[in-house]
Ligand binder design. Structure first.
Ligand code: HPA
Ligand code: ZN
Length: 340
């Protein structure tokens, strides 16, 4: 397949994104504009400098940059701008639906009022549907480094406010020194209230963290799960129980968890029958796009058209969309795969 025909095939697949952080989806232009309004945040106002700012030395450095961008968001207008900007970008790539991670506790600590955050999300989500034809759902996640207090506050905020489109409960931030088990009560309560459990695990630590996410947090999907390939019993468990991994190859290279896409364990995950989905995590920060992730695994890991269509279908099945919508999207994917 030529590069152009591969590109048009990937574009034609109706896609679903399951792992993208709202703050990390802010476009370069938006971040530059915010940086000019908030010089104290220390975020560059110049394009070339911002590019250097986004060259991450390691995962902790990435998080510090991410928090600096987050600190510039002050009100509903900022949040709505991020949501509609993300939706426009998703529509451009023929992404029909996304589950977007939002970290309310961090915004509240940064001084944003809860109602500003919620209004921005709700207004942005309505505009995303009407103006861009993209459906958005929310995952509210705990910033793990802030401990059980963040767990409790995130749970209370999620259950008290329960905005339209809230479908999942997550856990992000650093994994080193932040055990998953301490968040068990909050995940139990969130699941009892009908939210799905989608913690990050195995991105920056070993397979024990993935086991903890499964056993302690009742994970229905795993954010990243990169290190799962170090444990054959875990791979077998994930495959048998059909627990999808939200794999973010470019992110893992950018935060230096994996040396290159060619060395990414996604091929091994697939070989073991694990349900793999492709995602971008924090796209402009990593120079990633969802189409780019599909193209990268095709060219760097040798995945063919049928496998790419399979990955798109995995994301639909692993999503929290209703059955009717899933069936319609799966039919569309089949038609695209059959037509070429
Ligand atoms: N992992 C944990 N926390 C995050 C990430 C991630 O990939 N992106 C933004 N916050
Ligand atoms: Zn993430």
């Amino acid at each position: 397949m030529s590069g152009d025909s591969l590109r048009s095939f990937v574009h034609a697949l109706p896609k679903v994104e399951l792992h993208v952080h709202l703050v990390g989806s802010a476009s370069v232009d938006t971040v530059l504009a915010l940086a000019r309004r908030h010089p104290a945040a220390g975020v560059p106002t110049d394009r070339a400098e911002l590019e250097r700012f986004y060259a991450f030395r390691d995962f902790d450095h990435f998080l510090r940059v991410y928090w600096a961008v987050q600190s510039m968001l002050t009100d509903r207008h900022d949040i709505r701008l991020l949501v509609t900007g993300l939706a426009a970008e998703l529509a451009r790539q023929n992404v029909r639906y996304a589950e977007v991670t939002v970290t309310p506790y961090n915004h509240l600590l940064d001084g944003m009022a809860g109602e500003e955050l919620l209004s921005g999300l709700t207004e942005g989500r309505a505009l995303a549907a009407v103006e861009h034809g993209v459906d958005l759902a929310w995952c509210f996640d705990i910033p793990g480094e802030k401990g059980v207090r963040a767990g409790r506050e995130t749970l209370l905020f999620a259950l008290r406010e329960r905005p339209e489109g809230l479908v999942a409960f997550g856990l992000g931030g650093p994994e080193v020194g932040v055990g998953r088990a301490m968040f068990e009560p909050f995940f139990t309560a969130a699941r009892e209230a009908g939210l799905h459990s989608v913690p990050h695990a195995g991105e920056t630590t070993g397979p024990a963290t993935v086991w903890a996410a499964l056993h302690d947090l009742g994970a229905e999907r795993i954010g990243h799960g990169t290190s799962a390939t170090a444990d054959p019993a875990l791979l077998a468990y994930l495959a048998e129980h059909r627990i999808p991994l939200e794999v973010c190859p470019t992110s893992n290279v950018a935060t230096r968890q994996v040396p290159s896409i060619a060395a990414h364990p996604v091929r091994r995950m697939l070989d073991h029958g694990v349900v793999v989905t492709l995602n971008t995590d924090d796209p402009p920060m990593f120079g990633a796009t969802l189409e780019g992730e599909y193209l990268a695994v095709a060219t760097e890991l040798g995945l063919g058209r049928a496998e790419l269509a399979g990955l798109a279908a995995n994301a639909v099945r692993a999503s929290f969309l209703g059955e009717e919508r899933k069936t319609a999207l799966l039919r569309e994917i089949e038609a695209v795969a059959a037509a070429r």
